[in-house]
Design a protein around this ligand. Structure first.
Ligand code: AHR
Length: 664
């Protein structure tokens, strides 16, 4: 395990000291604000991988609530006289269960739901149970008892909370009750018993359990701690719904946004490609309920203040998984897919009198969502991509000339396809090109200057998926986050061409992950923000409005030379009147930096300063559920003497620091 062994000098700021031989001098041209930093610059990318949606952000606690999994009772344990039927009230989810008397007064009929790795409940909190039900025999009254149970308890009772519902109609109706467990249990189950007095059977469909306390209190809501973690990132853009799930293993299982809107009860189940992508981490119960659908994604974007960026299928199924062209939509048959993209724009922005704008209004949001961006295709490659993309570009430009279109440069950060696709994207005049890079330490250290020489006349860059994957260390750890921070100085210095960047993946359930590292981990009760999260957050919080020219030891900072282990960028925030310098010390030794501010007018002063540091003594560890605050930003402030233009700082090894100076 590598430790940052250099001199761990507590970071001190000593103004106006002479430079020492080893001091690196940064000159910040504080009076020359340059390229505008886009409000979208740093954002988040959501994909339903690692149980990020069902079992994660989407707060539904019941798995297979509509009995539509291919094994109809997967996630359920039935007992007594339970049968599955298929003529239910919801056309696209026709299955439901019939609970009939067991035939003996001392025998019971019912079923337990195991939730996602259990059902996590908190003592004293309210949980809303709802179910669609009817009396198939049409007479009398039926009833069910609903319980939250701990079947592993050695106590007197299994039930943590219980309630009874009377089913009083032969028509399908929704019934609800609120359960309030007295104690916390991360691995409870939901139990439903038939309790009808006179042997009445009961039909049940869309069995649901949500915490009442969801993000913003929405009923079909999101888990509060996870949504709050997104809001706290203050993201500029929110890309959804993926990733590979946009493409699907086959076209049938691609993410089809039209299936994800309208009443939740009638959103059909979709297979999640991540359940079988990696045989070494196989999750055969991983499906998408579409309960977290495009309406919810747009709403969340609005609530966290991010520009929504939906991505739609371009008619190519996942190219990693399909060599045969017959797996994809033929060029001549793409009309429906192109129409889906146009309809999506109407859903987001259209007048309430339009078909799709009307649906948005019906769902609760008459005002447009103000969509400005759309991604067409995820990691596509080969000539089959641009020839399909061209049809989308033509149709979108014609109907919605102001919408910005995002194309793809394929799955790799360089190489043949990347070289082929960038000119193709320029030819098709897309507005931004999505680049992906899951790369090792050496790549991140060597790519500081990646964007310095990009053609400024073509499309802009969207670094849509990236994360440092340590060689032999594909888990979250501080050094990976540090290198991401170092690399991001290059994004920032090139903000004239890099308009968006989103780390990936976003979420992972500790018991259900397929891919790591990830930005936010969670179990059924808690979540943890990794060091990579904190890096992202420091960039969003201190992104500034304009890039400032920066030199190091007399030469423009390009990132090319890795700055001897030092990476830096400088920005000005004209709204807050702040000059901000970010620096990452990736080396093993402490560094003395001299920050010299030039170009300030005579009457302008740096009045006060703050520094926020992120560091860890052990580069191989990260925050965990058990120890969520091992690596957190540490902020201190310091005074600056009037007229001072030079600030000297010590930057400890393995540290990312943000220095914020108020300019008055
Ligand atoms: O983020 C995980 C996957 O990585 C995404 O689904 C895909 O776009 C990329 O290959």
């Amino acid at each position: 395990m590598r430790k940052f062994t250099g001199l761990l000098v507590g970071l001190t700021l000593v103004s106006a000291l002479p430079l020492y031989a080893q001091t690196d001098e940064f000159v910040i041209e504080a009076g020359k604000p340059g390229a505008r930093i886009q409000p979208t610059m740093y954002g988040v990318f959501f994909e339903d991988i690692n149980y990020a949606a069902d079992g994660g952000l989407y707060a539904e606690l019941v798995k297979n609530r509509s009995f539509e999994f291919p094994q109809r009772l997967m996630g359920w344990r039935s007992f007594g006289n339970v049968s599955v039927r298929d003529d239910g009230p919801f056309e696209r989810n026709p299955h439901y269960v019939r609970l009939c008397a067991s035939g003996h007064t001392h025998k019971h009929t019912g079923l337990d739901n195991e939730g996602f790795f259990g059902i996590g409940v908190k003592g004293g909190e309210e949980y809303r149970f709802s179910v669609w039900a009817r009396l198939p025999q049409g007479e009398g009254a039926g009833s069910i008892r609903v319980e939250l149970v701990d079947t592993r308890s050695d106590g007197e009772q299994h039930a943590l909370a219980s309630g009874t519902l009377t089913i009083d109609s032969q028509e399908w109706k929704q019934y609800r009750l609120v359960l309030t467990p007295e104690v916390t249990n991360p691995k409870a189950a939901l139990r439903i018993f038939l309790t009808s007095k006179e042997g009445q059977s009961v039909d049940l469909e869309h069995v649901s359990l949500f915490p009442v306390d969801t993000w913003q209190g929405h009923e079909n809501g999101l888990r509060k701690d996870l949504a709050q973690a997104l809001a706290d990132l203050k993201p500029g853009v929110f890309r959804f719904p993926g990733g590979c799930i946009v493409e699907g293993t086959d076209l049938e299982t691609r993410y089809d946004w039209k299936k994800s809107v309208g009443p939740v009860e009638n959103r059909p189940l979709n297979e999640n490609r991540w359940h079988y992508t990696f045989p070494h981490r196989f999750y055969p119960d991983y499906f998408q309920s579409y309960g977290l659908g495009f309406y919810e994604f747009f709403l969340l974007s609005e609530e966290i203040g991010a520009e929504p960026l939906p991505v739609v299928s371009c008619g190519l199924a996942c190219q990693f998984q399909n060599d045969d062209m017959s797996a994809h939509v033929a060029l001549g048959d793409l009309d429906g897919y192109v129409q889906d993209a146009l309809d999506l724009i109407e859903f987001a922005n259209g007048d309430v009198n339009t078909k799709w704008g009307g649906l948005r209004a019906q769902m609760g949001h008459p005002a447009p969502f103000g969509l400005e961006f759309i991604g067409i295709g995820n990691e596509q490659w080969g000539p089959e991509y641009p020839e399909r993309l061209a049809l989308f570009v033509a149709a979108i430009r014609k109907a919605y000339p102001d919408i910005k279109i995002i194309g793809s440069s394929g799955p790799n950060s360089e190489g043949e396809q990347f070289e082929y696709l960038w000119p193709e994207m320029a030819r098709l005049k897309v507005d931004l090109v999505d680049e992906h890079f899951y790369r090792p330490e050496s790549w991140f250290l060597g790519q500081g200057a990646r964007y310095d020489d990009y053609d400024r006349r073509g499309p802009k860059v969207f670094a849509g998926e990236y994360a440092c994957h340590g060689r032999g260390k594909k888990w979250n750890h501080f050094n990976a986050a540090l290198l991401e921070a170092a690399f991001m100085t290059g994004l920032e210095r090139n903000a004239d061409i890099v308009h968006m960047a989103t780390y990936a993946p976003l979420f992972a359930h500790v018991e259900g992950w397929q891919w790591r590292p990830d930005m936010i981990w969670f179990d059924n009760m808690n979540s943890v923000r990794t060091a990579s999260y904190h890096v992202q957050q420091l960039y969003t919080m201190y992104k500034g409005t304009n890039v400032l020219p920066l030199t190091m030891n007399g030469r423009p900072v390009t990132g090319a030379e890795g700055q001897n282990g030092l990476f830096a960028s400088a920005v000005y925030d004209k709204d807050r009147g702040e000059v901000i310098v970010k620096a990452a010390n990736t080396s093993d030794s402490a560094r003395s930096l001299s920050l010299r501010f030039e170009g300030l007018k005579k009457r302008e002063n740096l009045t006060s300063g703050r520094r926020v540091e992120l560091r860890s003594d052990d580069p191989d560890v990260d925050n965990t559920i058990e120890n969520p605050s091992a690596i957190v930003p540490c902020e201190t402030s310091f005074a600056i003497n009037e007229g001072e233009r030079v600030v000297n700082v010590e930057l400890a090894p393995g540290t990312f620091a943000v220095y914020i100076f108020e300019k008055r």
